[in-house]
Ligand binder design. Structure first.
Ligand code: SF4
Length: 419
């Protein structure tokens, strides 16, 4: 037998059209050096592992669906293409998997590198014309936390204000100016919300992973989870932004912040779409203000009133800004109520008229201590009331049964479909 001697390099072993060669040519990671420079000491310690190599180490794990850092290390040891991509020669030692976990533990700022990497990829997609902002879609997906249900305990904690508590301040100021002057004792602002601040609530918290939240949704697994909220451009399915929340957050919680960030910092959005979980009045208002057409599946609304005369039995008179009850009496605008994510006008009937009304038993519950019928209307849905242009899909139309006259003044700013 005659032995043959070959002279080869790792460069010869990776095919010219290999995916990692294309990735290497397309994705410039030189910014990693600039970003991580302050994290390394020039004077002390042993020479570090190349930070770009560490980024690529995790990147190949994501790209090839390798679920653990231990397995990434094993795979790089035996896969020539992965070695080539990381800049390792055939016999170079692969960085130990514990390097990555220590990096996470000791240098939390390194995480920003991955955010920047994500933004850089999105920027390149925009540059190549893969993203237009014509229509973006948002949804969330659950990610199981690495913790069992047995690790969850019930913890009492202060009730958090709604996700849009601060955002509602300006709208509330504006709304309060529209209220008719009150006779007698003046009601203070945000009375309802301030009371809520003192309330306490019980939450399931995992002692293994306290940042995860207990998810309980129909058709979804129950237990400690995270939610990954993603907004993508529908042209080519490029994800434009990702926000992670605990599993007990609602889909609407990070929505407005995410949409506004994409619109302002990534690419101007012309239209946005989402499922019924995102159909909340403030979303319509904010998207309208940003000139973004909102295509959303309307949420099913159920009238839970326990009396026979439901809300449908009352008609709204826009001229007088009041409701008319089945007895022909007026329910007048009384006050503004603030919930965790919205504002409502409250209309009240006259107590004396209700007392003498033959329909009283069908209209007011025995347990109603005030003894008057009350109706609420959402502050934002009134502002959004308008006739949509011909051809507007029904799903974009969110219309209340009536509208306050001052509410329509903002609508001409919008050129497209209105809700
Ligand atoms: S009880 Fe009051 S609100 Fe109800 S129908 Fe009679 S007058 Fe109208």
């Amino acid at each position: 037998m005659q032995l043959q001697l070959h002279t080869i390099t790792i460069e010869d072993l990776v095919p010219a059209d290999h995916f990692l060669r294309k990735l290497d040519a397309a994705l410039d990671l030189s910014f990693v050096y600039e970003m991580t420079a302050p994290l390394y000491s020039k004077k002390y310690g042993r020479p570090p592992i190349d930070p770009v190599m560490l980024v690529k180490y995790l990147l190949v794990g994501f790209l090839y669906g390798i679920p653990s850092e231990r397995q990434i290390e094993l795979r790089i040891q035996t896969d020539v293409a992965l070695r080539w991509y990381l800049g390792l020669d055939l016999f170079d030692a692969v960085p130990d998997h514990s390097t990555i976990s220590q990096l996470r533990r000791r240098k939390p700022k390194f995480r920003k590198v991955f955010r920047r990497l994500f933004e850089e990829v999105v920027r390149q997609c925009i540059e190549k014309g893969l993203v237009s902002g014509r229509l973006v879609a948002t949804d969330s997906t659950h990610v199981r936390a690495n913790a069992s249900r047995a690790s969850e305990v019930l913890v009492e904690m202060p009730e958090e204000p709604g996700a849009y508590y601060d955002r509602l301040d300006a709208y509330e100021e504006e709304a309060l100016k529209q209220l008719p002057p009150k006779k007698g004792r003046r009601q203070g602002k945000r009375t309802q919300q301030l009371k809520r601040k003192n309330r306490r609530t019980k939450k399931r918290v995992s002692i293994t992973d306290p940042e995860a939240g207990h998810m309980k949704r129909p058709g979804k697994p129950e237990g400690p989870h995270y939610l990954s909220h993603q907004t993508l451009d529908t042209d080519h399915g490029i994800i434009l932004d990702v926000t992670v929340t605990s599993g007990d957050a609602s889909d609407s919680t990070p929505y407005l912040g995410q949409i506004e960030h994409v619109h302002r910092d990534v690419i101007p959005i012309q239209a946005a779409t989402a499922d019924a979980a995102y159909d909340f009045p403030l979303a319509h208002e904010v998207l309208l203000e940003n000139d973004i057409t909102f295509y959303v599946r309307p949420q099913a609304h159920f009238d839970c009133t326990q009396v026979e005369l439901k809300r449908d039995a009352f008609s709204y008179d826009p001229e007088r800004d009041c409701f008319l009850c089945p007895s022909g009496k007026e329910l007048r605008l009384n006050t503004l109520q603030r919930s965790s994510s919205s504002l409502h006008w409250v209309y009240l009937a006259d107590k004396r008229e209700c007392k003498a009304c033959p329909l009283r038993e069908r209209c007011i519950l025995e347990s109603n201590k005030r003894g008057v019928r009350t109706l609420k209307r959402n502050f934002f849905s009134l502002r959004l009331t308008a006739t949509p242009p011909a051809g507007t899909p029904r799903s974009t139309v969110r219309r209340s049964s009536s509208g306050r006259s001052g509410a329509r003044a903002r609508l001409p700013r919008r050129s497209g479909a209105t809700t």
